[in-house]
Design a binder for this molecule. Structure first.
Ligand SMILES: *[C@@H]1O[C@H](CO)[C@@H](O)[C@H](O)[C@H]1NC(C)=O
Ligand SMILES: *[C@@H]1O[C@H](CO)[C@@H](O)[C@H](O)[C@H]1NC(C)=O
Ligand SMILES: *[C@@H]1O[C@H](CO)[C@@H](O)[C@H](O)[C@H]1NC(C)=O
Ligand SMILES: *[C@@H]1O[C@H](CO)[C@@H](O)[C@H](O)[C@H]1NC(C)=O
Ligand SMILES: *[C@@H]1O[C@H](CO)[C@@H](O)[C@H](O)[C@H]1NC(C)=O
Ligand SMILES: *[C@@H]1O[C@H](CO)[C@@H](O)[C@H](O)[C@H]1NC(C)=O
Length: 439
């Protein structure tokens, strides 16, 4: 019985290998040498392609390290939402190019090199996961509605298949890198990699760690921490905060109006009034209405004007009221352009419209500190400042436990997520940490 089983699975393996070889070329990524909006040849190696996971086709952009790709680490990089596109990470967080929104007058936005790209010292696979984000698609409609567990499984299968197609990177140190919402996926993906590595599944992934920016973990905890965080930031008076704390028994989110006191409800209403017009991603930035982008960029200017009551027009005086969401609009225009899609080797007719997803989940750093403390791991180095250019760039704590290291760092003056607001500081933090230097 068991020998039959072995023979049988041996046969299946051979068959799979055969199919794999036949379709290998179709699956492999393609090199992209120029990009619409960028003048000249790209000074970094960019590859795009799809990896099949079940009936889903997961799109990725791979940027090879501009440092020493043979030894530099490889990052599997997914952003938040869920549903944010890989291009969001590529253009606004850790990738080598950014949009130039200065004096934008319509048409395809132009691109320039970004000095704080993490690809200076790491190779990054920017992935459109789960399916439905960015350029990823499925031939089975039910794949577009998946749970976090299924999504993590999809990412795990992606990672193994990607390494099979890029065996030269198997020995490199590997990190699961996530931002915002995907913080919830990072430990699940990592656990799956560890389990399969332990079970001897090939290729063995050289997993070293996780990097999570403003990680989403426990939604209730994060929502609840908004109130004390708002008080710390000076958005709520001490009187109001102390009153709410007492009246609501420290619970400000998902309160049951039938069981809490009227005083609590009154306080919560006042808190809402104080925070309603605040940009929760970055409290110092203006709150901009999110405008529905028009994929027809020729009408962009007009459509912006029509909506200008809610959305300040960028102008040469844009420093007066800089609206960060403008960049997302440029990304929508760029990513939906047919010429761009063809350059990126996006398969024709596979997606309706490229969407960047939402950016509304905000994680108070105090909520992260709360669950870190709950892990009961040994604190190796307590809260201390870390520096960039001789100035305090934020604060850090280091935990250690049986050879595992966990570094927590805040980035001073940053919004959600730090890579989008404090590029230089975020790069320096990453560069030191990934090469085992203290922050
Ligand atoms: C993970 O995904 C693979 C490929 O789609 C599938 O064969 C497998 O059943 C999935 N596993 C889980 C636990 O969902
Ligand atoms: C962005 O565009 C403006 C206006 O065309 C130009 O003056 C500026 O040099 C560009 N910036 C970069 C970094 O390329
Ligand atoms: C689509 O996916 C669902 C869930 O994985 C599966 O039950 C169904 O058989 C699939 N449909 C087709 C046509 O393959
Ligand atoms: C998505 O799947 C969940 C169960 O996993 C189901 O309850 C829900 O109705 C589905 N939504 C859609 C739009 O199909
Ligand atoms: C307040 O919360 C604590 C812990 O969450 C709980 O033990 C206590 O019973 C609550 N008090 C009231 C008045 O609801
Ligand atoms: C940490 O310690 C506290 C108090 O001893 C305990 O309640 C909690 O379950 C521990 N957490 C973990 C993750 O072990």
């Amino acid at each position: 019985m068991s020998s039959n089983h072995t023979k049988c699975s041996g046969f299946v393996c051979l068959l799979l290998l055969f199919v794999f070889l036949l379709f290998r070329n179709a699956d492999c990524g393609q090199i992209v040498r120029t990009l619409p909006g960028y003048t000249g040849t790209l000074p970094f190696k960019l590859e795009t392609g799809y990896v099949s996971v079940g009936q889903s086709e997961i799109f990725y952009l791979f940027v090879e390290s501009q440092g020493n790709p043979e030894v530099d680490p490889v990052l599997f990089y997914i952003v938040g939402g869920p549903g944010c596109a890989a291009l969001n990470g590529f253009f606004f967080q850790t990738g080598p190019l950014q949009f130039n929104g200065t004096d934008y007058t319509g048409g395809l936005p132009s691109l320039h090199l970004y000095p704080y790209t993490w690809t200076k010292t790491a190779s990054i696979i920017f992935v459109d996961a789960p399916v439905g984000s960015g350029y990823s698609y499925s031939t089975n409609a039910s794949d577009y509605n998946i749970t976090d567990l299924e999504s993590a499984n999809q990412s795990h299968v992606f990672i193994r298949k990607w390494f099979n197609e890029h065996p030269q990177f198997i020995p490199n140190r590997f990190f699961v890198a996530t931002d915002s919402y995907s913080g919830i996926l990072a430990p699940i993906i990592t656990q799956k990699i560890l389990d399969d590595n332990k079970a001897g599944v090939e290729p063995k992934i050289s997993l070293v760690g996780i990097i999570s920016g403003s990680p989403h973990t426990d939604g209730n905890l994060e929502e609840n921490y908004r109130v004390p965080q708002a008080h710390l930031l000076g958005l709520l008076s001490s009187t109001l905060y102390e009153s709410a704390k007492t009246n609501c028994n420290d619970t400000y989110y998902d309160v049951d109006a039938s069981t809490v006191s009227g005083d609590c409800l009154e306080d919560l209403e006042e808190i809402d009034n104080c925070l309603e017009q605040i940009n929760t991603e970055m409290v110092l930035a203006p709150k901009c209405a999110t405008i529905a982008p028009s994929s027809d960029y020729r009408n962009m200017r007009r459509s912006l004007k029509e909506k200008s009551r809610q959305f300040p027009l960028p102008s040469s005086r844009s420093t007066d009221y800089y609206c960060k969401d403008f960049g997302y609009l440029l990304a929508d225009i760029w990513a939906n352009d047919k010429g761009v899609q063809s350059t990126l080797h996006v398969r024709e007719g596979t997606i309706q419209e490229w969407r960047s997803g939402d950016h509304d989940l905000v994680v108070a750093h105090t909520s992260t500190e709360y669950w870190l403390a709950e892990l009961n791991i040994t604190l190796d180095e307590d809260w201390r400042p870390w520096y960039v250019g001789g100035q305090v760039a934020g604060y850090t704590m280091k935990y250690t436990n049986y050879g595992y290291r966990l570094t927590y760092a805040t980035v001073k003056g940053s919004g959600h997520s730090p890579t989008e607001w404090k590029g230089r500081e975020s790069y320096e933090m990453f560069e030191r940490w990934i090469h085992f230097y203290p922050l």
